[in-house]
Design a protein around this ligand. Structure first.
Ligand code: G6Q
Length: 557
């Protein structure tokens, strides 16, 4: 690919003495094994930790020393991290390419807080929307909000995509334990009709409420699915007036919401200073509130806020999002790791890796710095993962013995939400957590050839059964998964992403690649839909694919 912006011989970041000091430090440290680091400092596992908002972070199994941390903190200082954090909380327009403030922290600020955007305190507006959401949720949950035929709402379908979907799906799954079990919650995002058909096939339209979630209310997938929902509803209920009882909208765009046919009295607003992937705690989380109730939703916001306050006010060396952000920089830029595996040992967090993929990769998947120059260092790593222990029987092999360095984030909880006795007299949860702890130990320390030989392993098999170890990981422990903890956990990653973006000097809050996708399909869709053979002027591959698709579609019709 041709770079559109010429690469400088070295960027201001890589010219910084603090960056160069880290590079020099990485050489010798890269050759030291975690076994050695633990042997040299037996209290390392107790020392290298931080704690906030109910989360305990053990980063002693990262390949760092006190000196590494000191150098990383110096780099953070040189990059103005402190000031950039203050600028975000102050409501400065730090999303420079979209000329917007970045104020998801205002969504969870307490009622009495004061946060100005263009000279107006936005906290009362945020609280007013929350109060309207709570009143509406209460009516749906207690059955006083009924559908068009008078039946109570038993099913909620949230339609949205990207930032207007991944957070609500993740939060619903994560907090399912606290949800209203007699109600069904589903999520439709894909423009593939299968998504809508499978989500609705066993539901009664008279008992179904649709929440149309779209910040812009112009997104092709969401509007297409919203129209499908409208048709599905009207076909069964046969009366336009039904829309008023079966559709609500969450958006910043009242005009488009009205055009669709949803009255603004049934619209829950938010603001352009909330990025899509940072919006699960705004009205975009209406499905979450319907599922878990307003009090639990507010508890989740309190968890977010507790982490916000910690991030805003704690010295950098004890600051969880700062530490995790700087460790991510260390692994990506100085140890050469291209990916991060997120491994929650909590089945309710099964959608957490997918949620984090958007948060991290859409935020920091950028190669142009805030100064408009092409960067000469790696930015956002690839995030992926699955819940433990499932992943252990699949891709962990590569993490243990593959050729790539894959730092892992283990996430676990000390109390089971669903205690289940195991056949040996313990609890299944203990088995789950034993696996988490044992995996992080095995990744760090491995198994030497001598240990394998001592087990009586035939010589030819020794190399295969040896584990080098020295695979870095962090472990996040909390007492149990509840709304407050989930809020704190999400805020931890949100702010960690910001810290990384500050060091990389990129705009973590725009998404021009997503905007491109939104525009791209339009022209091709028209060409595919055209009834006569359209004149095609793409490259020969694209032209051929369009023609073949049209031919096969028509042949099978
Ligand atoms: C998120 C992105 C993107 C966005 C979706 C949906 O940060 O901007 O994922 O959330 O494209 O956009 P709408 O909410 O406007 O439909």
């Amino acid at each position: 690919m041709e770079p559109s912006v010429s690469a400088p011989s070295s960027s201001p970041l890589t010219r910084r003495p603090q960056w160069q000091a880290l590079q020099e430090h990485a050489g010798p440290l890269g050759r030291r094994h975690l076994r050695e680091l633990f042997a040299a400092d037996p209290a390392r596992g107790e020392r290298l930790h931080a704690e906030a908002a109910g989360l305990y972070l053990d980063y002693s199994k990262q390949r760092v020393t006190g000196e590494t941390l000191r150098l990383l903190l110096e780099l953070a200082g040189a990059c103005g991290l402190h000031e950039r954090i203050a600028a975000m909380f102050r409501g400065d327009r730090i999303n420079t390419t979209e000329d917007r403030p970045v104020l998801h922290v205002a969504l969870r600020a307490p009622a009495g807080a004061h946060i100005d955007v263009d000279g107006r305190n936005v906290v009362p507006e945020v609280q007013a929307v929350l109060d309207r959401m709570a009143a509406f949720s209460e009516r749906v949950r207690d059955g006083s909000w009924t559908g068009h035929t008078g039946k109570r709402v038993r099913n909620v379908i949230s339609i949205g995509i990207g930032g207007s979907d991944l957070g609500p799906v993740m939060a619903y799954e994560a907090l399912r334990h606290y949800s209203r079990r007699e109600m069904t919650f589903r999520f439709v995002s894909n423009v593939d009709g299968t998504d809508f058909v499978e989500a609705t096939r066993d539901l009664d339209p008279a008992e179904t409420l649709f929440i149309i979630c779209s910040k812009t209310f112009t997104t092709l997938e969401t509007l297409t699915n919203a129209q499908a929902a409208r048709a599905w509803c009207l076909q069964a209920l046969g009366d336009e007036r039904a829309i008023a009882k079966h559709f609500v909208a969450v958006s910043t765009n009242a005009t488009e919401v009205q055009k669709f046919g949803i009255d603004t009295t049934r619209m829950f607003g938010f603001w352009d200073w909330v990025g899509g992937r940072y919006s699960m705690d705004s009205a975009i989380g209406l499905s979450t509130m319907l599922a878990i109730g307003a009090d639990n939703f507010r508890a989740m916001l309190a968890g977010f806020h507790a982490m916000d306050e910690h991030f805003r006010s704690t010295p950098l060396q004890h600051n969880l999002p700062v530490l995790t952000g700087l460790l991510a920089i260390w692994n990506a830029n100085f140890l050469g790791a291209a990916t991060v595996a997120v491994l929650p040992y909590e089945h309710y967090l099964k959608r957490f890796p997918a949620y984090l993929q958007q948060l991290t990769m859409e935020s920091n998947g950028k190669h142009i710095s805030l100064d408009g120059a092409r960067v000469d260092y790696a930015t956002g790593p690839i995030y992926w993962g699955e819940p433990g222990t499932n992943g252990q029987h699949s891709f962990y092999q590569l993490i243990h013995q593959g050729t790539r360095l894959i730092p892992c984030d283990f996430i676990g909880f000390c109390r089971a939400l669903n205690p289940m006795p195991d056949p040996h007299g313990g609890d299944q949860h203990d088995l789950l957590m034993a696996n988490l702890i044992a995996q992080s130990e095995a990744l760090a320390f491995g198994k030497t050839a001598a240990e394998v030989t001592a087990e009586g392993t035939p010589a030819a098999l020794v190399p295969h059964r040896t584990f080098e170890g020295n695979r870095p990981s962090s472990t996040i422990l909390a007492e149990r998964l509840d709304p407050h903890t989930l809020g704190a956990l999400v805020a931890l990653y949100e702010h960690s992403v910001f810290v990384q973006g500050v060091i990389w000097n990129i705009d973590s809050f725009d998404q021009w690649g997503v905007e491109l996708g939104k525009a791209l399909a339009k022209r091709t869709a028209a060409e595919i839909a055209s009834s006569n053979d359209p004149e095609l002027s793409h490259d020969s591959s694209t032209n051929t694919l369009i023609r073949r698709y049209r031919r096969l579609r028509e042949a099978s019709a």
